[in-house]
Design a protein around this ligand. Sequence first.
Ligand code: ZN
Length: 72
Amino acid sequence: MRIVSVKIGDLVKLKKNHPCGENRWKVYKVGMDIGLECQGCGRRVKLFRRDFNRRFKGYLKEEIEESENFKG
Ligand SMILES: [Zn+2]
């Protein structure tokens, strides 16, 4: 079983978009369940850790770093 390690402030993608069309989520709580805030509409949801592991698609950090390499 894959265990996804996240910390507060991480940006993640899930397998399904939120109904608002956004698929960027910010982690605001880590514990027995994972709290996620939709970056499109601001709605907050909580997922059990095992549900989060199943729905997790990837981190957004790398994409953000790529777009921030303008300093050369
Ligand atoms: Zn949303």
